[in-house]
Ligand binder design. Structure first.
Ligand code: FE2
Length: 369
């Protein structure tokens, strides 16, 4: 029986916990995280908000955490994983791992780091003038819905020595684990500047595309970064829910559609915007900036620990044509309208297309006539 004396029925322990936090909950297909209003979050001794994207799935969601100028968050320890992307501000995080060792690193806009499972940590704002805004993608909804016991999740002394990684993982160093295009991995706990991180080419995903998969704090949560050169767009594909896509550099838009749709949903993006393609919905990313556009994607289940069979399959076949049983629409098979839309958007920005190197643009125009 619940506190209200009513039998629990179709109950969601995570949502019940969120409601009890008293912070704003923002829902949408795509959200500008820099524009979200926050409110005091007692647990953190900082301001915060919760972001639930339409395509978030059942396993992860986003918390926004604001650290005030000269301020710090309350010390935290919890039995869920957290991948933090710095939206704004400069500061540092201290982490005490299970062996009692203290680690500290300094972050700035576009830093990415993970908190090792159940490590003690605290965030500090290094500026006396500017607030800092962090986006935490985390799997609390998975963990709380599984155990439905907040005390177990937030007051648990279990140690996970295998999650902390090498000590230089906290200072921005890491290990490159070569596999094959689109599956190369970089293992670390901290990436100081995701905007400048060296990616590896992945031609099968489209025109000049590059990518790196990250293994962070030996966690089950996934992160990767991809980049599109100027004047290009990637091939469309589809997969299950929960890939939270953050714009990192450049600007552009993405189109979304289900197989039998006659029109597209559209999200315009730039730094601060996040979206999550819903389950099974095709999506395609277009760079309209005069610079390369790069994004970060965070999900549950990675190349080391896929967690679900669906994730294992998508990591294997994400760049295989749907005609061959995969998830990707090759350029020659795409709806010709998407290319026309792209050329019109580029023209507005005065940027030239280089897609002619990858597709027969005259043939596409003929098909749409
Ligand atoms: Fe995708």
């Amino acid at each position: 029986m619940s506190d209200k004396g009513e039998a629990k029925f179709l109950f969601n322990p995570y949502m019940d916990w969120i409601e009890g936090q008293g912070v704003p909950v923002v829902e949408g297909f795509g959200i500008d995280l820099l524009a979200v209003e926050t409110a005091p979050w007692g647990r953190l001794d900082a301001n915060g908000a919760v972001v639930h994207l339409k395509g978030r799935g059942d396993f992860i969601s986003i918390f926004i955490v604001d650290i005030p100028p000269g301020g710090k968050s309350a010390p935290q320890q919890h039995l869920y994983e957290e991948v933090i992307y710095v939206l704004a501000g400069h500061g540092s995080t201290t982490i005490e791992t299970g062996d009692g060792a203290m680690h500290s690193f300094e972050w700035g806009p576009k830093s990415l780091f993970a908190l090792p499972l159940n490590a003690k940590y605290q965030h500090f704002n290094a500026s006396g003038r500017e607030p800092a805004r962090l986006a935490s993608t985390n799997d609390l909804c998975l963990v709380l819905n599984l155990f439905h016991n907040a005390d177990f999740v937030f007051n648990n002394k279990a140690e996970f020595a295998d999650r902390q990684g090498k000590s230089n993982y906290f200072s921005g160093e890491g290990d490159f684990i070569p596999k094959k295009p689109g599956r190369h991995m970089w293992e670390t706990n901290f990436i100081p500047d995701l905007a400048g991180f060296e990616l590896q080419s992945w031609d099968q995903r489209g025109a000049g595309s590059s990518n790196m998969k990250f293994i962070l704090a030996d966690g089950t949560m996934h992160a990767h970064s991809s980049e599109m050169p100027v004047g290009t767009y990637k091939k469309a594909h589809r997969h299950g829910a929960d890939f939270h896509v953050y714009s990192v550099t450049g600007s552009g838009y993405s189109l979304f559609w289900y197989e039998d749709d006659t029109d597209f949903e559209r999200i315009d993006w730039r730094h601060g915007v996040v979206f999550a393609p819903p389950d099974g919905m095709y999506h395609q990313h277009y760079n309209t900036a005069a610079q390369p556009s790069r994004y970060l994607a965070v999900a549950l289940g990675n190349l080391r620990y896929p967690f679900t069979t669906a994730k294992r399959n998508i990591f294997a076949g994400v760049d295989v044509s749907v005609k061959d049983g995969g998830a990707q629409i090759e350029y020659e098979d795409q709806d010709p309208r998407v290319h026309e839309i792209y050329l019109a958007e580029l023209a507005k920005n005065g940027v030239g297309s280089v897609m002619g190197e990858y597709i027969d643009e005259r043939n596409l125009k003929k098909k749409s006539a």
